[in-house]
Ligand binder design. Sequence first.
Ligand SMILES: Nc1ncnc2c1ncn2[C@@H]1O[C@H](COP(=O)(O)OP(=O)(O)O)[C@@H](O)[C@H]1O
Ligand SMILES: CC(=O)N[C@@H](CCC(=O)OP(=O)(O)O)C(=O)O
Length: 267
Amino acid sequence: MNYVVIKCGGSVFEDLPTSFYKNIADLHQSGEWQPIIVHGGGPLISSLLTQMGVQTTFINGLRVTTNEVLDVVEMALSGSMNKQIVRNLMKENGKAYGISGVDGTLLKATPTDKADQLGFVGEVSEVNTSLIEQISSQGYIPVISPIGIDDEGQRYNINADMAASSIAQALGAKLCFISDIPGICVEEDGQKQTLHQVGKEKIEQLISSKVIYGGMIPKVQSALKALAHRVPEVSIVNGLEANSLVDFMDGKNVGTRISLDKEMPYV
Ligand SMILES: Nc1ncnc2c1ncn2[C@@H]1O[C@H](COP(=O)(O)OP(=O)(O)O)[C@@H](O)[C@H]1O
Ligand SMILES: CC(=O)N[C@@H](CCC(=O)OP(=O)(O)O)C(=O)O
């Protein structure tokens, strides 16, 4: 099966045009591609925590996650966000099946090596691909929330870009990050522009010069890791632009295409 992992960022969720869900449903119905949706929901988590009077902090784009924060993360991602996406796909005649990374140990996790600073933040150690294959073979689009679980039943908050990358690696799938920006932006000669292609070396340079910051850091790092582990293509695409996903699938030059190639030219 030709899998494509579509990571839907919380940043863009509220503003996605309905054509986004229609495009996914059509892609699925075409029979050529099996879409797998992995979603975030960072802004919803932050707003719920604010309402509760709980302060939230990020280190290099990753949320410091106490047990109290973890409850809110799971509620927001596996509850509200996951089911909204399932409903939105159903409205466009898509057959969607919402599932959390905890269910059926879809995402087996280990604590991050910065657990002393980040708390219950995890990394994916194994993806239950047979579960994804089964849901897909029943004619559904899996919609996955990025909560992981270990052998002891401890849950972890996993950055959605990292979860999407791990799933794409396990399936050897194309990977598309849908976000609220036209791609990776830089300022050159006082002018803001979007890079259409960017290689590993340039990305590392942009992170150290803080041109790439916050949530873009795990995104580009996940993209590079995916490319190093049998993912054929990774792009960051603007979800606010109608049909941007279709253009990505058609191989058009949309957003920022990431590569491992040091020599790859960037614009
Ligand atoms: N160089 C950059 N170009 C574009 N966006 C950047 C850059 N560096 C940091 N960002 C930030 O990354 C954000 C996207 O990451 P994030 O907020 O995690 O979104 P998502 O929820 O879609 O994953 C952008 O909205 C922007 O604020
Ligand atoms: C560890 C960590 O940072 N987890 C993220 C999970 C959600 C996410 O990644 O959402 P976006 O895709 O909208 O950023 C968080 O708590 O915000």
